[in-house]
Design a protein around this ligand. Structure first.
Ligand code: AMP
Length: 607
């Protein structure tokens, strides 16, 4: 700056010469100084206090300047308080908004039979059974029961909690069953069995939340076998009678597996002189007449998928007149797949009170609401947070470019010995991977909804018998299918929702074994899914790769605003219900009025 200009800027400095240094004062401050001078001259100087309060919107440096009488610390805490109040109201607003959304998706219609609805019948008490726990267990204090639950990390909720029992013998199963279990390597109950089996044997409705591979199938299979046995002994089933127990599964493969397991125990019983129990299978993709001829001879238990079951009920090929036991396995998948309306209709066929059991690896709010409308004084047994993956699984997430994925599978196959499961969302991808692996000489089979049932069954069978090393599949193989020795699950793509991811990786690391899950991700994966994955990895104490760890989203800061952690609709940990992609997709589909079958034909599930 020239001395001339300096001179100009300090006009009031009369004594200054050209050479003297005059500091530069900004025009705003100069004006203020002029006003203050003028006021002084007129004798209108304001007291400091007044000046300060009036100039509350003055620049910050004035407040914090040396003349400020409030300490920096006080100012800081004042500002913090204000921010807190703002944050609190924003939080409350958000929680309220979430509550509203949740209410809008909640189940209001009760799941009941038509007669019950018409007569306004409401069941208040659970069904009574002839089973009681051993006396010495009944006489134990609640404190002792709680200790046992704690030891096995069992969370249980409900009225009049049934006692946990830590051996199958004390659950009073006959020797034939105990031996048949031993045959399968089952000697001691798993946590879900410790609490779940006594609850079911006592006739209680139950919501079972357990990670896949926890042994939940036995929780509903063993009691229904015992109840059927009791009925058969009392009054043998005649032609066309039954079923007494109904088990509904979301996929044909799961239904088949469950019915085979039931048959295993029924055969073991009749081999020891107990009456013969019959189990029917009602699934699509196989001739209905074969199934019908079995049912016509009278069945104690039926395992079914919703579509075929609806058809048989509708055509009066089967009735639920004497059915007193209903299980919905993988209930969350069932609702996701759009079977909700079918399940409602199935409920309407019941003639009396039934014992209802709902099982799932994940239990989003929507299903909990669904359960509440159908269950009587339910006991909720939770072994592991709903939605969390088993800690026996080492989860590896790798960034692989879209075009490199198929070749990289070959490299990944080297990580472990077979059998390996490869999952892909789309049927076309399953076919492409299958073809590529066959070309490279890998013993692989594939299943998806586009293949006929015979081929699907054959592939699963070969894979189970270790005749094939790799099974490539859509999510049809991710639900409940039991391949005990799977070493490695490869996710060719990240599923659209995190629940599916939990189901998929749950195919490995079962029954205390350790397994590996490798997941390919890249730019094509949606941010919200990646955030869910990141938080799931953190929760399961897994390594979070840097590209996920570095991901920071606006939404993340709202994750812990109170209420439930993460999304109360789908259980995802990386977002709130207000940003739930699953709910959004559902609402869009509902708005477009797309029916279930259209959804299945084009949707990601590919059943
Ligand atoms: P699930 O979670 O019902 O699909 O069961 C997965 C696997 O666990 C099946 O292979 C069962 O045979 C096995 N399993 C079930 N209960 C037990 C148990 N108490 N001890 C050892 N293995 C079990």
């Amino acid at each position: 700056m020239s001395s001339k200009s300096r001179k100009r800027s300090g006009e009031k400095d009369e004594s200054s010469s050209d050479e003297e240094y005059v500091p530069y004062i900004p025009i705003k401050q100069r004006k203020k100084m002029q006003i203050q001078e003028a006021e002084k001259r007129l004798g209108k100087v304001k007291p400091k206090e007044e000046e300060k309060s009036e100039s509350s919107d003055a620049p910050e440096e004035e407040d914090t300047g040396p003349k400020a009488h409030v300490s920096l610390l006080d100012q800081h805490s004042e500002l913090k308080k204000k921010a807190q109040v703002r944050k609190e109201t924003a939080r409350e607003k958000m929680l309220k908004e979430e509550q509203k959304i949740l209410e809008s998706v909640a189940e209001n219609k009760a799941l009941m039979g038509v007669a019950e609805l018409a007569k306004g019948i409401q069941y208040e008490d659970p069904i009574k059974t002839g089973w009681t726990p051993p006396k010495y267990i009944l006489h134990k204090s609640e404190h002792k029961h709680e200790e046992l639950r704690k030891k096995h990390h069992i969370l249980v909720e409900g009225e009049d909690l049934p006692p946990p029992i830590k051996s199958f013998k004390e659950m009073k199963f006959p020797r034939a069953i105990l031996n048949a279990m031993k045959h399968k390597g089952i000697t001691k109950p798993t946590p879900i069995q410790i609490q779940g089996i006594p609850a079911v044997l006592l006739g209680r409705d139950m919501i079972g939340i357990a990670f896949t591979g926890s042994g939940k199938t036995m929780v509903f299979i063993l009691p229904i076998i015992m109840f059927s046995l009791e009925q058969e002994k009392r009054l043998p089933f005649i032609d066309g009678e039954g079923p007494y127990g109904l088990i509904i599964c979301p996929s044909r493969e799961l239904a088949k597996q469950t019915s085979e397991l039931i048959s295993h125990y029924c055969k073991a019983l009749s081999a020891e002189g107990f009456p013969e129990l019959k189990c029917g299978l009602c699934i699509g993709g196989v001739p209905i007449n074969d199934q019908l001829s079995i049912i016509k001879r009278g069945v104690h238990i039926v395992v079914a998928t919703p579509g075929r079951l609806m058809l048989m009920l509708d055509k009066k090929m089967m009735t639920l007149d004497v059915c007193r036991y209903l299980v919905m396995d993988e209930a969350d998948r069932m609702i996701d797949l759009g079977f909700e309306e079918d399940v409602r209709t199935i409920f309407s066929y019941f003639k009396g009170q039934r014992q209802t059991l709902l099982f799932s690896a994940t239990m989003p709010k929507k299903i909990q609401n669904f359960a509440r409308s159908a269950l009587v004084k339910p006991v909720t047994v939770n072994v592991g947070r709903a939605g969390a993956a088993s800690q026996n699984i080492i989860q590896e997430v790798e960034y692989v470019k879209q075009e490199a994925k198929i070749c990289y599978i070959l490299e990944c196959l080297q990580k472990t010995s077979p059998p390996v499961l490869v999952f892909a969302e789309r049927k076309q991808d399953v076919d492409a991977i299958h073809e590529y692996l066959l070309l490279k000489g890998v013993e692989a089979v594939a299943i998806h909804g586009g293949k006929d049932q015979e081929e699907r069954s054959r592939s699963v069978e070969q894979f189970k018998k270790f005749e094939k090393d790799v099974l490539v599949a859509t999510d049809v193989a991710s639900k409940g299918l039991d391949f005990p020795e799977i070493q490695h699950v490869i996710n060719y793509d990240m599923p659209e929702d995190i629940e599916n991811y939990v189901h998929r990786i749950g195919r490995t690391g079962r029954c205390g074994n350790t397994g590996i899950a490798t997941t390919f991700i890249n730019k094509a994966v949606e941010e919200s899914v990646l955030l869910d994955l990141k938080h799931l990895l953190i929760e399961a104490k897994q390594k979070v790769p840097p590209f996920l760890a570095n991901m920071e989203s606006e939404n993340e800061k709202f994750l812990d605003i109170g209420g439930e952690v993460g999304c109360s609709y789908c259980g995802g940990l990386g977002h709130r219900i207000t940003d739930c992609p699953k709910l959004e997709a559902l609402q869009t589909k509902q708005a477009q009025g797309i029916g279930r079958r259209d959804y299945l034909a084009t949707g990601s599930a590919d059943y």
